[in-house]
Write a protein that binds this ligand. Structure first.
Ligand SMILES: [Zn+2]
Length: 68
């Protein structure tokens, strides 16, 4: 009787762990795959000039271009 109870408990526990793990991994995959790509703007003449929004280069006044 005791052995049966232990086996039953073990099966229940492993089943619970399995189902919770499966749910977690599927949710994590959905959130990690959709990350917002950061767009940066840089001066064609001055690569050290990097801005997170379009504008003019502070060194030469050229329009910043999208960095890829
Ligand atoms: Zn520049």
């Amino acid at each position: 009787m005791k052995k049966n109870l232990i086996i039953f408990g073990f099966v229940m526990l492993s089943g619970l762990m399995f189902s919770s793990c499966g749910n977690n991994s599927s949710k994590e995959k959905q959130t990690t795959t959709k990350e917002v790509a950061k767009v940066q703007y840089t001066c064609p003449m001055h690569p050290e000039v990097v801005s997170d929004k379009p504008g003019d280069c502070p060194k030469c006044g050229m329009a910043l271009v999208e960095k890829k």
